[in-house]
Design a protein around this ligand. Structure first.
Ligand code: FAD
Length: 415
């Protein structure tokens, strides 16, 4: 089959890899000049099954309200007239019950475990390099209430197969000695030995290279303006590039446009509850005498993650609901660094810190949409929110199975 994939982020490129291996003739359309330059560019770098608790959980409404109006808030809803945000927020609130949270954790853990395994297989087969480290992920807490709340989420994750176990503050320092200076403020943590870290953008670029070797065609600097449909099928993608406007046709169309997916679906009468959740990252080049972690870490209370990528430390996180705005906010950038210096006071940068922000394609439940949409030959692979890198390989494999008419190796549901 001829398959057109729209979007060359980590999800689109992973889909291309598995669709090509399933024997399809694949073309990828991307508006940027290369793969992985938007949300997949400088994310937290974690392959974190242990990060399966969605933002929509029983504690979220109270926390979000208490942070309202604070420019440095870990989770910030900016009040603005935006019907898509109102609709999304209402659905988000409905996902905050204990029952919905449990069901969502179950779906996220299953997909994330499947994906981590598929990533391992892909790595063995291709030898792909991306500064990856298999040292586990350590969650740390400096607030007793946050720590206690996390114990319940970890327990649910263990039920679904994620081996995330509580550890005391001393054990946190034993697992990651770079925490020694901040030992007095730690109240505890938990550790997931099988989780990993690695640079998602480098992975995406290198996987695009392996795809090309298999005959996948990449069309960069090409923007998809709209899709046209007739007879219950998509009959063309209208693309604008330096060579002009053209209509590309295929047997199947896969939308992997991240936060922008709903914008192309709306004219077709399909409403998809995916909303951009803006997050920030800082990448610090490290000097040889820096005391910086090599074990990937999550600071749940501040919604931050830390990953060691070679001689760089990536700090990422926080979320802001403010439409498609991608301006860097200085206060939010500095909030990242303030917390980093609290946890790692002996971090010695070897150069300028690079700040970045990206739009997570978020569903109210953090469960992505993978599978066929309302039209016969239209497929979605989007809405991976906080875990697009973690879930990319499993999502790509499952999508390729669905497009090929096979039952995926994992049970999926819409968000
Ligand atoms: C601060 C931050 C930290 C994060 N940390 C982690 C983490 O540690 N672990 C983890 O698993 N996940 C993390 N994530 C989430 C992860 O980065 C995303 O879920 C993932 O990158 C989404 O990938 P994607 O391919 O769906 O979207 P994207 O990477 O955004 O790809 C979509 C592509 O579509 C293209 N596109 C859009 N519209 C058009 C158009 N009209 N025509 C042509 N092309 C178009 C874009 O240019 C883009 O390249 C983080 C995200 C952020 C923001």
């Amino acid at each position: 089959m001829k398959v057109l994939i729209l979007g060359a982020g980590v999800v689109g490129v992973s889909s291309a890899w598995y669709l090509s291996r399933a024997g399809h003739e694949v073309t990828v359309i991307e508006r940027q000049s290369a793969a992985g330059l938007e949300t997949s560019f400088a994310n937290g770098g974690q392959i974190s099954v242990s990060h399966a608790e969605p933002w929509s959980n029983p504690h979220a409404p109270k926390r979000a309200l208490s942070w309202m109006g604070r420019e440095d808030a870990p989770l910030l809803f900016r009040l603005r007239w935006d019907p898509a945000l109102f609709d999304w927020s209402w659905r988000f609130l409905r996902e905050c019950t204990p029952g919905r949270t449990r069901a969502n954790i179950g779906d996220i853990v299953r997909l994330a475990l499947y994906s981590r395994d598929e990533l391992g297989i892909l790595r063995e087969e291709t030898g792909i390099q991306n500064d990856h480290l298999q040292r586990g992920i350590l969650h740390v807490y400096t607030d007793q209430k946050e720590f206690e709340a996390a114990i319940e989420a970890s327990r649910i994750m263990r039920e679904f197969g994620c081996e995330r176990y509580p550890v005391d503050a001393d054990k946190c320092v034993e697992i990651e000695p770079a925490l020694r200076a901040s030992r007095p403020i730690l109240v505890g943590g938990d550790y997931t030995a099988a989780d990993e870290s690695g640079d998602a953008a480098v992975f995406t670029r290198n996987l695009a290279g392996f795809c090309r070797e298999r005959g996948v065609m990449f069309r960069y600097d090409a923007t998809v303006e709209r899709l046209s449909a007739s007879g219950g099928r998509i009959d063309g993608a209208h693309v604008n590039s330096v060579t002009g406007c053209e209509t590309l046709r295929a047997d199947a169309y896969v939308l992997a446009l991240g936060s922008y997916t709903p914008l192309l679906l709306r004219p077709l009468g399909i409403r998809l509850p995916v909303y951009p959740a803006k997050g920030y990252s800082a990448t610090v080049p490290l000097s040889d005498d820096s005391v910086a972690p090599t074990v990937a870490m999550t600071d749940d209370g501040h919604k931050l993650v830390f990953s060691r990528l070679g001689q760089r430390l990536r700090i990422a996180g926080t979320a802001e609901f403010n439409g498609y705005n991608t301006e860097l906010n200085e206060v939010r950038c500095q909030a990242l660094m303030l917390r980093t210096h609290q946890l790692f006071p002996e971090l010695r940068p070897a150069g300028e810190t690079e700040f970045w922000c990206g739009l997570r394609p978020s569903t109210p439940s953090n469960v992505p949409f993978i599978g066929r949409a309302k039209l016969n030959n239209l497929y979605l692979n989007t809405g991976h929110g906080t875990l697009g890198w973690t879930m990319a390989c499993g999502s790509g494999k499952a999508l390729a199975d669905i497009v090929s008419g096979r039952t995926p190796g994992i049970r999926l549901r819409g968000a």
